[in-house]
Design a protein around this ligand. Sequence first.
Ligand code: FAD
Length: 550
Amino acid sequence: MSVSGAASAAAASTAAGPIAEYEAIIVGAGLSGMYMLIRLRELGMRVRVFEAGSDVGGTWYWNRYPGARFDSESWSYGFFFDDDLYQEWDWPEHFAAQPDTLRYLNHVADRFDLRRDMEFDAEVQAAHFDDARNDWTITLADGRQARAPLLITGLGPLSAPTMPVIPGVETYEGACCHTARWPHEPVDFRGKRVGIIGTGATAIQTIQTIAPEVGHLTVFQRSPNWAAPLNNSRITPEEQRKIKASARDIHERCFNTISCFIHNADPRKALETPPEEREAFWEKLYNEPGFGIWMGNFSDILVNEEANKLVTEFMAKKIRERVKDPKVADLLTPKNHGFGTRRVPLESGYYEVYNRDNVLLVDINATPIERITPKGVKTTEKEYEFDFLIYATGFDGVTGPYDRIDIRGAGGRSLREEWAEELPRTYLGVQVEGYPNLLMILGPHTARGNIPRNSEQIVDFLAGLVRHMRENGLKRVETRPEHVDEWQDHVERAAAPLLSSKVKSWQTGVNRNVAGRDVLRVLGYNGSAVKYRKTTERVAEGGYKEFQFE
Ligand SMILES: Cc1cc2nc3c(=O)[nH]c(=O)nc-3n(C[C@H](O)[C@H](O)[C@H](O)COP(=O)(O)OP(=O)(O)OC[C@H]3O[C@@H](n4cnc5c(N)ncnc54)[C@H](O)[C@@H]3O)c2cc1C
């Protein structure tokens, strides 16, 4: 449906044509945008969601690559705001595959009739604030415009895919695909020569899934990651019953852990635990489902170098045990960061893939890729020919989706330019100074872990803020500079003790495929999701005094 044809929109006219008017515009129809719409509808608002994709789902709409699945427990990932919804949905596995998650999000969209306020294939390219009118005008890729006092971004932390910067990418003549732009129809890999560039979380899921099917798979690796077993299984009817009966407890638990996962750090310290007890604990965690080995580990492994070295050696030993060729095992062992200092990919038989005759690991530090050719990939050693080339080269994390929109705040200032020149500065990750009435969900400097729970806290906070504005006839909300300084300082202090803050990854804002993104930046809030939630609750209870209103 076009903006001008939208049934619920009021209309204004400019020289450029009619502009549909709403009370709030949401960008993004992933789970954040969907939940924000539900909350704003409860306030009786006229809202429109604009989404670049052709349907709801965000991450789970776009990432259809083979093997895409959760590393969050499914039953901790779905929505909790409606108990009937929780009770009626059966997750088939403890860690659901992408088709099941997309099916779930479609179910939510149907159940709450969300699509009637959504517009698809509607990429927002510009968003400009009008200082006099206190409203935002957005411009879509096809030139159409819409306007609303409130602009709420649910762009997602991982929604701006990046292609590798390698000469000749455009010259490749075979089939190829970025994992986040995977075709909707299954790809038949049988007998094919397949190449994959990248070895991050997405690549790991893809590689372990397609290796048994392809004719031959060549993996181009620059930086190996520390992956741990997912230990997934189907949910039995008895487990299903227990999960549903404990919905409240699961939610409560997620809200009271550091990262909103069900796992929480063990208060003991690795350095103070006798070696046999330590090994036994790690062995147990290694064989348990999910992020326990990362989030439920000894409390010092992510902050103390010595403790981290011990657990890192445990994980290295596991790789050596699982990969037959010691040289390949060594190549798969990260040397530039310790275990857990990057988001840990969870795997199912990944390391064993390299014991297969039809899989080759190419170390592109030893033999760098010179170019992509019409037939495949040319390294300094040789040319590899492929029928299908996969780019598992990830995302320009957190700020990337913002950089792709021309966002202009008060006085025409540009967010893209400001964030290119200096670190993002926000208040609670929800507002940027100079951009009134722009409210971000999961913006820089918010807590991130089990993301729907982080998103839920932010959406609930923003819905409260909007309710406060409506009840008090307020038209404009802005940060107060002193609170931006305060939050910035707090965010930086919270990041300082973590070993992960010194490691280059998407979480520290580094992406070698994006110009200017080679410097470590603090992009998340590491002071725990509990502290983040309590801060937002305190601000809400205090009447939002940290913001200035007109
Ligand atoms: C492969 C993969 C696996 C993941 N697994 C997990 C997991 O197990 N647990 C976990 O907690 N998190 C996981 N994540 C993170 C995941 O992004 C979040 O869990 C969650 O989906 C975020 O929801 P969102 O709505 O905030 O963002 P998204 O789901 O990314 O949705 C954002 C939407 O905004 C749209 N958009 C962006 N820019 C524009 C624009 N300019 N105009 C119009 N539309 C726009 C995008 O098209 C997208 O549909 C995973 C991410 C990936 C990529």
